[in-house]
Design a protein around this ligand. Structure first.
Ligand code: FES
Length: 159
């Protein structure tokens, strides 16, 4: 009787890691976002206007790995430091292109305009274009892509 109880207990204890391993993808709630390479740092040393780059975003959801693409702009802030902007309009999410003639970003949907560094100039958007976290690894500019809440004046990460 005692021996039987002991083996049930040992079996139950041994199965805990196996159950956790099997359920890991289902229980995991956060999505792991990795940094994406944007280009060699030297490519952006003499920027005179924002340059568009399409980055690949690797996402891990439990056991599932996906790759998606997003458009970002590499530009400079008022101190001349590199900054990477998402092209997603903070108003309602349209893709904002750089308008070379106007020397501004002009959103095609409702006309919000942004300066080269992403600051809002005019239009319905309540804030400037969103900056993304950057880092440099072995001479490569890396960016951590994130999505932000639209229609609010403060930048708020939603994923
Ligand atoms: S979506 Fe860009 S101004 Fe409305």
């Amino acid at each position: 009787m005692l021996l039987g109880l002991g083996s049930v207990l040992v079996s139950a204890l041994l199965s805990v890691p196996l159950i956790r391993f099997s359920l890991f993808p289902l229980l995991r709630r956060t999505t792991e976002l990795k940094s994406s390479p944007v280009g060699e740092l030297s490519e952006f040393s003499s920027l005179t206007e924002p340059v568009m780059r399409t980055i690949q975003i690797g996402q891990v959801d439990g056991w599932r790995k996906t790759i998606s693409e997003e458009i970002v702009y590499v530009t400079k802030d008022s101190q001349g430091q590199l900054r990477v902007l998402t092209s997603i309009c903070p108003h309602l999410g349209c893709t904002v292109p750089w308008n070379k003639e106007k020397n501004q970003f002009v959103c095609p949907c409702h006309g919000t305009t942004f300066a080269a560094d992403g600051t809002r100039i005019s239009g319905p958007s309540l804030r400037g274009m969103d900056t993304l976290e950057t880092s440099v690894e072995q001479g490569q500019l890396q960016v951590r892509f994130q999505y932000f809440r639209q229609l609010v004046s403060d930048k708020e990460v939603i994923g």
